[in-house]
Design a protein around this ligand. Structure first.
Ligand SMILES: Nc1ncnc2c1ncn2[C@@H]1O[C@H](COP(=O)(O)OP(=O)(O)OP(=O)(O)O)[C@@H](O)[C@H]1O
Length: 323
């Protein structure tokens, strides 16, 4: 009898010991059925209104991103026959929300959000640290993308620190992004690729600073203001990044170069209030002011933009909340 219980549980893929009793088996079966019925790791029914509302609620100071990204994701998700995967490249200085936005997209596409097994995140210096192993990484990456898309076409791949990635690895990704690319019957057209980098951040900061000094409103900044998108792609191409030596940009496979603007004090303050809510600290406007003002800003004289964006706001808040 006991062996049969163990067999059932083994079939269900659970880790067991042979000391399992009947009750353990019932619990294991119940939790398996619950997982299957209620927690399957699949797609959420897509809802463009919910996506836009999430951007409006959770992203601060990034009106260009809040306009471009939900539109392009919605268009892609509702296109019954896309001719290429969605490829977005996020650019901006530290802590401006690039990872945060990738997570917002994930939680609007997958039931388990960023924790879904269909969301694959690679951080170049962490996952591909040794230059001498680049051939091995390339082969593994190629196999990983191919294998995952063949078993789940709507897979998402996030590449962080893209500017630090070896050109050979970028070139491995390139064919997957292309129009009509098909390998062994696997199409990549419904997959999502998101690249994150600080490359182009200086171009964005210079333009935002220029607007501020001319007394123009930040909201007047658009994707095509002073050809911002073109400037970013040129800057990446001319800079000393992995992008430069790869064939990604000159093949026009990136759908949008999305600029993340440097954050101002009022946006950092919004991040502090969001962290208060997250940490269940009662809302306190004075404390929010104090924490936001305690962050470093640049340029030295005007102190307009947050050096670290909203990064480490939580740590600062915890320190001040304890005072
Ligand atoms: N514009 C924003 N609106 C709301 N929250 C933000 C924003 N920017 C950053 N944050 C908050 O700060 C945290 C750190 O930001 P995030 O990791 O997204 O920055 P990043 O742009 O990816 O930085 P890096 O280039 O250094 O990796 C986020 O988890 C989020 O809580």
């Amino acid at each position: 009898m006991r062996a049969r219980h163990c067999m059932i549980v083994l079939l269900l893929g659970c880790n067991i010991t042979f000391s399992l009793g009947f009750l353990d088996v019932v619990v294991a079966v119940a939790s398996y059925v619950f997982d299957k019925l209620f927690k399957t790791d699949g797609l959420l029914p897509f809802n463009r209104t919910r996506l836009q509302a999430d951007f409006d609620k959770s992203l601060y100071g990034q009106h260009i991103v809040s306009d471009v990204v939900p539109k392009s994701v919605s268009f892609f998700m509702t296109d019954k026959n896309p001719n290429k995967p969605l490829v977005l490249s996020f650019h901006g200085t530290a802590g401006t929300g690039k990872n945060h936005v990738a997570k917002i997209i994930a939680r609007n596409v997958y039931k388990k959000g960023e924790k879904s097994k269909h969301v694959h995140t690679f951080i170049s210096q962490f996952h591909f640290p040794h230059q001498e192993n680049v051939h091995m990484y390339s082969a593994q990456l190629k196999q990983w993308i191919h294998g995952n898309v063949s078993s789940f076409p709507r897979s998402m791949f996030i590449f962080d620190e893209m500017d630090k990635m070896h050109p050979e690895l970028i070139d491995i990704i390139k064919p997957f992004l292309d129009y009509n690319y098909n390998v062994d019957g696997v199409s990549f057209h419904t997959a999502i690729f998101i690249f994150l980098s600080n490359a182009g951040g200086n171009v964005i900061v210079d333009l935002a600073l220029d607007f501020w000094r001319k007394g123009k409103s930040r909201e007047e900044l658009r994707m095509n203001s002073s050809k911002l998108e073109t400037k970013i792609s040129k800057d990446i191409f001319n800079g000393n990044s992995g992008f430069l030596h790869s064939s990604l940009i000159d093949h026009h496979l990136i759908d949008h170069f999305v600029p993340f603007l440097p954050l101002e004090l009022k946006h950092v303050r919004q991040c502090v209030l969001a962290e208060m809510e997250h940490l269940e600290i009662p809302k306190n406007d004075d404390l929010a002011d104090k924490v936001a003002q305690d962050m470093p800003y640049f340029p030295d004289e005007e102190r307009i933009f947050a050096v670290k964006g909203c990064k480490s706001v939580r740590q600062k808040l915890v320190m001040h909340a304890d005072e």
